[in-house]
Design a protein around this ligand. Structure first.
Ligand SMILES: [Zn+2]
Length: 433
């Protein structure tokens, strides 16, 4: 059966960082998406497509709303859902004071299940349809997350966190147990339905040399595995990594030494990088996840967007829940804009929305499956209300261009702007007013 969606449709067909911005996207005002068996069959103007619809077709009419590909969050932690808005610490103390005790609760499957359900529902409430997610070091935390994602038919990436030192005993694994538990999860989940596995050493502070070596071995186990970790978030963290790996030239060099700087690897934060690191990340096709609400909230620093783009490093956006303060990719883009303002750099609305749709898909090597409305792709998309609050509505009335509307949405919008979220053509979230 086919499903048709009406609305003002926007999606990117090219990279606005390398082509003329306004030629990088298609806009169909009064447009239509036709979906068959969960995939995009056609996109265009409703007036051109409606005669193609079979009589038993289901039509969702969102005329007057914007329809974009579902948002992609390239870095966040589901077990930190209950850590959001924890007061007054920077990274290393924040982990010890709030995060590690909270992650310790994931030895209780009932709690883990409750958080996974809430977290996935919250992603959908915010229009996020794909995410690369850290679990905890408990094997069951990743197991449950996969089960819950499968039940919702979501395209999700996660993995058991590996950490064998510099954290409370109740969270530590060993190089052997981390390897074996990861391997079991890879065998059970990687490539199943829409799920992929990410080998997940937390960061160089909590993984010793043997564990990092085993991480590289795990990456060879199946094609298409991801690697997610953290890099150069905070200055004390960088100092500590230099002490823990005295032979290293810099933080990224630790990962590179073990063969972990590679395609499908995402390095969250990457704030304080020497120039040569951008070159290496670019050469090796690794990606950075820029997490502005977290970087501001934990006081980590201001991301160097221009250097990342100048070196052609693959880039996605991340909320970094629970260091980050919102599940909303709209809010995340708004804070990214402010971080760049403080660096005298800028983020245009088209580049911003590219980064949370097709650009995010490219950063995760998923651009053949999601991120745009190219026929054949999976029909995950979000319906945006451009008049979600009286103030937004008032500002929108002053706006005469779509680009300005997108900028208003990223500056003032949040979960209230999400009217509906569709997964493989099925509506899985609808706002109740
Ligand atoms: Zn993180």
């Amino acid at each position: 059966m086919s499903v048709a969606i009406r609305g003002d449709i926007i999606h990117f067909t090219a990279n606005p960082f390398t082509t003329n911005e306004e030629q990088s996207l298609q806009i169909f005002e009064s447009g239509m998406l036709i979906i068959e068996e969960g995939r995009i069959r056609q996109v265009g103007f409703a007036s051109d497509l409606e005669h193609l619809l079979p009589p038993d077709n289901v039509v969702h009419d969102y005329s007057g709303h914007l329809i974009l590909p579902g948002f992609i969050d390239t870095h966040l932690h589901y077990p930190q859902t209950d850590v959001i808005a924890s007061y007054g610490k920077q990274l290393l103390e924040w982990l010890q004071t709030y995060t590690f005790p909270c992650e310790g609760r994931f030895d209780d499957p009932e709690y883990a299940e409750n958080v996974a359900d809430f977290f996935l529902d919250e992603l959908l409430r915010n229009g996020t349809t794909t995410a690369q997610v850290m679990s905890t070091s408990h094997q069951q935390s990743a197991e449950l997350f996969f089960q819950k994602s499968l039940a919702r038919n979501l395209r999700m990436i996660t993995g058991k966190t590996m950490m064998d030192r510099n954290a409370p005993d109740y969270l530590l694994d060993t190089p052997d147990s981390g390897y074996e538990q990861s391997l079991e999860l890879i065998e059970r989940w990687h490539g199943r339905n829409r799920l992929s596995y990410a080998v997940s050493p937390r960061f160089a502070v909590t993984s010793g040399e043997e564990q990092l070596k085993r991480t590289a071995e795990l990456m060879e186990f199946r094609p298409g595995l991801y690697l997610q970790t953290h890099l150069s978030e905070n200055r004390d963290e960088i100092k500590l990594v230099a002490e823990l790996f005295p032979w290293s030239k810099n933080y990224l060099d630790v990962y590179d030494h073990f063969g972990l700087v590679r395609e499908r690897a995402t390095f969250a934060h990457s704030i304080h990088l020497p120039e040569e690191n951008y070159r290496l990340l670019s050469e090796k096709d690794a990606a950075i996840s820029f997490c502005p609400t977290s970087n501001l909230f934990i006081g980590s620093g201001l991301f160097d967007f221009d250097s990342t783009i100048r070196h052609n490093v693959s880039l996605g956006m991340g909320t970094d829940i629970g260091g980050g303060t919102s599940f909303s990719m709209l809010k995340t883009l708004g804070e990214a804009y402010k971080v760049l303002q403080l660096r005298e750099q800028t983020l245009s609305p088209l580049k911003a929305f590219y980064l949370v749709t097709l650009g995010g898909a490219e950063a995760l090597c998923l651009d053949d499956k999601i991120g745009s409305f190219q026929p054949g792709k999976e029909a995950d998309f979000v319906v945006l209300n451009t008049n979600a609050t009286p103030l937004i509505q008032r500002r929108m009335e002053m706006s005469d261009s779509l680009i300005d509307k997108l900028f208003i949405l990223m500056t003032m919008g949040d979960d209230r702007s999400i009217e509906a979220t569709f997964i493989m053509g099925n509506r899985q979230y609808e706002k109740t007013s």
